[in-house]
Ligand binder design. Structure first.
Ligand code: 5AD
Length: 439
């Protein structure tokens, strides 16, 4: 009899990838995925610690599981991910209903911990073990495969506001041969688009057969895999945008013209305090070089407003930078002090000031996104279809520029078609298949 596992994933794409790998590891022990906590034998919360709100949400979600656990004392509850790493034992103290706590570098040990939980024993594993967790996980089964997949290649980064160095550990890159093998395996199972993941993915420097590989090299080698049609990577740091990677954007048709390149702030003073080690001007020049290699590059970014010490002039510098770059898409956040990070020691910007700045900045970004989408109308893009849309006969997929596109078509998930864009909605586009069938 198979047991049922419910995984709730919070936060970043790396957590999405980790959840898939944990599901596979547990699958080898007879657990199948289910989509509600109510009928699960085990509930696993794969958590995010990036901002305070994300971490607090985990505790309130755990609180909500109390009646379920009271009704079914056999239900096992696990906390994985970055809150698990940051809080460790504290989670068991605050939430006695939890059976296991497993950090992001230890999840290959999850099946053993689940067995311990079944035997009534609570475990906490927040080690940074020497062994590579990815080597100790089973092959990825066919059932879990969609036309697009994430593939983690690198972890860790160093900004002064960020908890990632504390929750995911030192900066590491996986060896290139492992990544190539995993990518080939995914393609054999039907994956047509791979997004390489890392907190600082373009700092990738994994050991290869002929010395360390850069991300540019990895992209070029992946592009040679037959059947792999699209390559993306996220998230990049401006300081690590090497020439060979920029050149690859001009030369490798499989490398998609969408780049998530967060700058966080447009003020040099704030960038310095953030430990970003580049200026606003350097970032703007970098984007010029990227657009010289790939003129249609859709830029995306992340912004933090209200970083300690941010003045009105600093904020205006961020607004100016946004106007110069013209983003197709961007994420923005109010600064959230994270315990243990250097920035958390400094006096905060008053909450109402930060709130107002966030609103002003988001209005500008929303306007830019709206214009970028409107500019797609009348253009032809390629769409990788992923799943049925809401309306009958409709499929949804992603364009080269990562816009969600709705098309009425009999194309199947995994098909790629040329689509003429006819309309734009707040967060998606609509279009019609251009002559010929999707393949
Ligand atoms: N406060 C607010 N936003 C943060 N981010 C990371 N750490 C913090 C923090 N302490 C944002 C950054 C990053 C994105 C993933 O989350 O913009 O790029």
């Amino acid at each position: 009899m198979s047991k049922k596992l419910y995984i709730k994933t919070y936060g970043c794409q790396m957590n999405v990838y980790d959840s898939e790998r944990m599901a596979e590891a547990m699958g080898a022990d007879g657990y199948v995925l289910t989509d509600t906590a109510e009928n699960a034998d085990m509930v696993l919360l794969n958590t995010c610690h990036i901002r305070e709100k994300a971490a607090e949400k985990v505790y309130s979600d755990l609180g909500r599981l109390k009646p379920l656990k009271a009704a079914r004392p056999d239900l096992k509850i696990g906390v994985a991910g970055c809150v698990a790493q940051a809080e460790g034992q504290e989670i068991l103290r605050r939430m006695p209903l939890v059976d296991l706590v497993v950090g992001p570098q230890s999840y290959h040990r999850l099946p053993a911990m689940a067995k311990a939980a079944e035997a009534g024993q609570k475990t906490v594993d927040t080690d940074f073990p020497q062994e590579d967790k990815f080597d100790h996980l089973p092959d990825r089964p066919k059932a879990a495969i969609r036309p697009t997949a994430f593939l983690t290649v690198q972890e860790g980064c160093v900004c002064a506001f960020c908890v990632v160095p504390y929750t995911r550990g030192a900066e590491v890159s996986r060896p290139s041969a492992r990544i190539m093998a995993e990518a080939r395996g995914l393609v054999e199972k039907g994956v047509r688009e791979i997004t390489l993941l890392g907190q600082n993915v373009n700092a990738y420097h994994g050991a290869g057969p002929d010395g360390d590989w850069t991300l540019g090299r990895l992209v070029r080698e992946l592009a040679r895999i037959d059947g792999l049609e699209r390559i993306r990577y996220t998230t990049s740091h401006p300081n690590d945008m090497a020439d060979d990677l920029i050149a690859a954007h001009g030369e490798e048709a499989k490398l998609m013209p969408y780049l998530h390149l967060p700058v966080q702030s447009g003020s040099d003073r704030i960038l310095k305090a953030m430990n970003r080690k580049h200026t606003a001007e350097q970032y703007l020049r970098l984007i010029e070089r990227i657009r010289a290699a790939r003129p249609d590059m859709m830029m995306s970014g992340d912004f933090i407003v209200g970083f300690p010490g941010e003045t009105d002039a600093d904020f205006q510098a961020t607004m100016d930078l946004i106007r110069s770059v013209d983003y197709g898409m961007a994420y923005s956040f109010k600064y959230s002090a994270r315990p243990g990070t250097p920035a958390a020691e400094k006096a905060p910007v008053p909450a109402d000031v930060a709130d107002e700045r966030l609103q002003t900045l988001q209005a500008l970004l929303t306007e830019q996104q709206r214009r970028a989408q409107a500019a797609m109308v009348g253009r032809e893009v390629s769409v990788l279809f992923e799943k049925p849309g809401r309306l009958p006969g409709q499929m949804v997929g992603k364009s080269d520029y990562l816009h969600a596109v709705h098309v009425v078509t009999d194309a199947k998930p995994g098909d790629i078609g040329r689509v003429a864009i006819t309309a734009t909605a707040p967060n998606s586009l609509a279009g019609a298949l251009v002559a010929g069938n999707a393949t």
